[in-house]
Design a protein around this ligand. Structure first.
Ligand SMILES: *[C@@H]1O[C@H](CO)[C@@H](O)[C@H](O)[C@H]1NC(C)=O
Ligand SMILES: *[C@@H]1O[C@H](CO)[C@@H](O)[C@H](O)[C@H]1NC(C)=O
Ligand SMILES: *[C@@H]1O[C@H](CO)[C@@H](O)[C@H](O)[C@H]1NC(C)=O
Ligand SMILES: *[C@@H]1O[C@H](CO)[C@@H](O)[C@H](O)[C@H]1NC(C)=O
Ligand SMILES: *[C@@H]1O[C@H](CO)[C@@H](O)[C@H](O)[C@H]1NC(C)=O
Ligand SMILES: *[C@@H]1O[C@H](CO)[C@@H](O)[C@H](O)[C@H]1NC(C)=O
Length: 769
């Protein structure tokens, strides 16, 4: 934010109300004459003292004109100065001129297009339309939908890239290495690529340009979509095989490290609200990132003319502290009475550069090559100290690109550095900021926002699309305000298993959980010994998937303990169903994480070589551990809340097994029926748990960790038959449920899911220990 170091001399004393009250006296520098706005209002960041910023506000669909904001200068005058002949007022938002469409017609033709005006697009005969045929002028000064382009079938390598409203293009040939250049009309500026080159693969370099007015901002949705797809690329790349330009394939192993540097400009932070919003945005970003498989190192700093380093990345290398601890550090950050006047944008980049240098020194040149860096800066770009950050940025690039000068080699290193800027404020210095960001094909690194408000929600919304399809347990959380979140998005792993009755009766239903593209985990008791695979179908997202095979745990034997007084013995009540065809993952069809796999270690953010035991310690650590499983009320899937009684609480819980309906258990020791392989839930203490119904059998007993779901149990049996089909039924004092503890049946799972001596399906990676 613009600001000036104020001396303590030459204060002016006015008795105006909006002057800053200071020790009972009133201090003012600039005056409020002639700054008022017609149709809107203004706010002052620091009253009328020097360095304060006057920000104009208009109702939605309007923007302040001629100035968006004014700054009180050291000589006590506003910049820009209020003009007597041109009164400040709120004007109706206009969208850039869409009459740039080639080979087509825009209707209605108008000189100006105002907010809510609609336009439609039609191509001349022989041309076909790509993009939106109808667009509406939005309150943020952008057209809805996507750029309409009329083009004819041609032999050209690249498709016609179109012309953005308000802009113009030079270059009309679209073959390999042909260049197109864009400019925007005089009162606008260009966001995106001003120059694009047609590549061999038929894609244009860079991203589609857009013409922005000074009052054009990105909406939270714009940001969430564009930033979401860009950052996900960085977050998932560690796990993928990459095709380089040269055609070589490099496998970036999971041991590759991701370093994230976040800088937040708080030079205006006299406004407490701003700081609150900024910290909330940062923490929400970190939490979101943590739902991906990578566990980045973080550097987090606030800055003005000084640096307020909240989280030092070097401490991360030393493995100091947990994520929760440093999130708390961010949340607890207070500026106090430190000086926040002035902005030194260069300083934040210098700090990042220094930290990078320390990391490089620590890990060594070779290992540093495997480090990826993501820089995210929130600022309005108005620096008045420290000079331009451009030279520092060049040094950062040099360090990460390893001084490569040949373009091809630099390109192969480009994936190792991403620089995002969130330009926030009433007045943004786009020309200075945009060149600082990365420019990679098809991704946006520059965002422009009026207020930092709701950026937290924007970050929170950024969720899985194609790139993260395969991440186990990733799901959308329930959001009361968003009725669009479907049950399949919340529980993308659940499966309905239908088993035909061998004697022609009504089919039997169980729940199951998708654990890999080919396999469903369920309970063994769902199958009758006379069942064959053709009796079984599975519904996941869509109905009637055919089954190739089902495999019961070899030790499952219901009648094994009849002689010992257990009529029905459910130890090892677990089975895997193999589908005939693998499923395609999407946001509604995705596997759940299962114990002792590498994927689960990633979901739990365990670093280095992790163990099964460590996972169990995290997931089943409390003596009363909250867990959940699914049921159906009518057709709707609902979540039952239960608490596993572990440790000292377990004996009491399983003792109720003896109070079985119809005396199916006559043994006197509950442990005969309830082996160590079971988790016990139910009862009314410490709180009333839900109790399972017959139809809940085979379902996953799960636990959420951040945005990931991990299965710890399989619903097996209960001592009382309280309900048959399903429903949110509550436990009584005596009713208890027993679920197979998945940690106890890992060898079985591993023998099938982890079997890499076959080529029917891709095996899961299980941990060695
Ligand atoms: C105040 O200073 C600015 C530049 O520092 C100058 O452009 C402006 O004319 C000055 N205004 C007055 C009233 O002196
Ligand atoms: C466009 O919007 C302006 C301002 O609201 C309105 O006066 C005008 O009638 C609209 N034009 C059309 C074609 O809807
Ligand atoms: C890059 O060049 C600079 C200056 O020439 C040198 O100090 C630095 O060590 C070089 N870095 C690498 C990774 O080669
Ligand atoms: C995000 O900010 C808004 C506005 O202050 C607030 O209401 C909301 O609770 C915040 N959300 C989160 C997840 O912090
Ligand atoms: C199950 O256990 C009973 C009792 O030990 C035994 O007789 C029977 O053979 C077992 N069945 C199988 C399939 O192993
Ligand atoms: C107990 O027996 C009754 C009557 O035969 C039957 O309806 C009920 O389902 C049985 N309960 C269990 C848990 O098997």
């Amino acid at each position: 934010m613009l600001g000036f170091n104020m001396g303590f001399s030459g204060w002016h004393w006015f008795a105006a109300l909006s002057c800053l009250l200071c020790m009972g006296e009133v201090q003012c520098d600039c005056r409020e004459e002639k700054v008022e706005i017609q149709g809107g209002h203004y706010t002052l960041t620091k009253g009328l003292v020097r360095g304060s910023m006057l920000v104009y506000h208009c109702p939605e669909g309007f923007y302040p004109h001629p100035a968006l904001a004014r700054v009180c200068q050291p000589n006590d005058s506003w910049k820009p100065a209020p003009k007597t002949f041109q009164r400040q007022k709120c004007r109706m938002v206009e969208c850039p001129d869409p009459n740039v469409l080639e080979y087509g017609k825009v209707s209605p033709p108008q000189e100006k297009y105002f907010v809510h005006n609609e336009t439609s697009y039609e191509c001349y005969s022989g041309y076909t339309l790509r993009g939106s045929s109808r667009r509406v002028c939005l309150p943020n000064g952008k057209w809805s939908g996507s750029l309409p382009i009329c083009s004819r079938d041609s032999e050209a390598t690249c498709a016609d890239p179109g012309i953005p409203p308000g802009g113009s293009r030079t270059g009309n040939i679209f073959d390999i290495d042909d260049t197109v250049k864009y400019t925007c009309s005089s009162n606008m500026f260009l966001v995106g690529s001003s120059e694009r080159v047609c590549q061999e693969n038929g894609q244009w370099t860079g991203i589609e340009p857009t013409c922005f007015y000074r009052y054009t901002y990105d909406t939270p949705r714009d940001v969430s979509e564009a930033f979401g797809s860009a950052i996900k690329e960085s977050l998932t790349i560690l796990d993928t095989t990459i095709d380089t330009q040269a055609g070589r394939k490099i496998r970036i192993s999971k041991s590759g490290t991701l370093n994230i540097y976040i800088g937040v400009d708080i030079s205006e932070s006299i406004d407490k609200e701003y700081l609150k919003q900024a910290t909330s945005a940062v923490t929400s970003l970190i939490r979101k990132i943590s739902s991906f498989t990578v566990t980045p190192n973080y550097e987090i700093a606030f800055f003005s003319s000084e640096i307020f380093e909240v989280v030092n990345i070097v401490e991360f290398l030393d493995n100091k502290g947990t994520k929760e601890a440093f999130i708390k550090k961010v949340e607890d950050f207070v500026v106090g009475d430190r000086n926040t006047a002035g902005t030194d944008l260069n300083l934040i980049f210098k700090t990042f550069l220094e930290r990078m240098a320390v990391i490089k020194q620590r890990v060594g040149e070779e290992a540093f090559k495997e480090h990826r860096h993501v820089i995210i800066v929130f600022t309005d770009g108005a620096y008045n100290m420290g000079g331009s950050p451009a030279p520092t940025l060049a040094r950062i690039k040099n360090m990460v690109y390893m001084n490569h000068t040949v373009e091809k080699e630099t390109q192969s290193r480009e994936d190792y550095l991403d620089i995002y800027i969130f330009a926030v404020g009433a007045e943004i210095f786009d020309e200075d900021l945009q060149p600082l960001t990365s420019s990679k094909n098809g991704e946006r690194f520059y965002f422009r926002m009026k207020e930092i408000k709701n950026l937290n929600e924007t970050f929170d919304e950024i969720i899985d699309e194609n790139e993260v399809k395969g991440l186990c347990g990733l799901h959308r959380d329930y959001n009361r305000d968003d009725t669009k979140t479907s049950k399949r998005e919340m529980y993308p792993w659940y499966a309905d298993v239908r088993i035909q009755s061998v004697d022609g009766g009504t089919p039997w239903k169980c729940f199951g959980s998708l654990v890999s593209p080919e396999f469903i985990l369920t309970a063994a008791h769902c199958f009758n010994f006379r069942n064959v695979p053709s009796h079984v179908t599975v519904d996941i997202g869509d109905i009637g998937k055919k089954v190739k095979n089902f495999i019961l745990h070899p030790k499952y034997n219901v009648s094994a303990k009849v002689k010992e007084g257990v009529n029905e013995f459910y130890d090892y009540d677990i089975a895997l169903i193999q589908l005939e065809k693998h499923v395609d993952y999407s946001s509604t069809v995705r596997p759940i994480c299962i114990p002792c796999t590498q994927d689960t270690s990633d979901a739990l953010q365990l670093v280095g070589e992790s163990t099964c035991k460590k996972q169990e310690e995290i997931l089943l650590k409390n003596h009363i551990e909250p867990l959940a499983f699914l049921t159906r009320t009518k057709k709707i899937v609902e979540e039952k809340d239960v608490r596993a009684k572990l440790g000292d609480n377990r004996d009491e819980c399983i003792s109720h097994a003896l109070q079985s309906d119809n005396n199916t258990i006559t043994a006197t020791d509950p442990k005969v029926a309830v082996t160590d392989n079971f988790l016990c839930t139910g009862g009314r203490s410490p709180r009333r748990d839900h109790i399972s119904c017959t139809g809940d059998s085979g379902g996953a007993v799960f636990k959420n960790y951040e945005h990931r779901t991990i299965q710890v149990g399989v619903v097996s049996w209960g001592n009382k038959k309280k309900c048959v089909t399903g429903g949110l039924v509550e436990s009584d004092d005596e009713s208890r449920d027993f679920h197979i503890n998945v940690f106890r049946v890992v060898p079985f799972l591993k023998s099938i899911l982890g079997n890499d001596n076959q080529d029917e399906y891709t095996p899961l990676t299980f941990l060695k220990n």
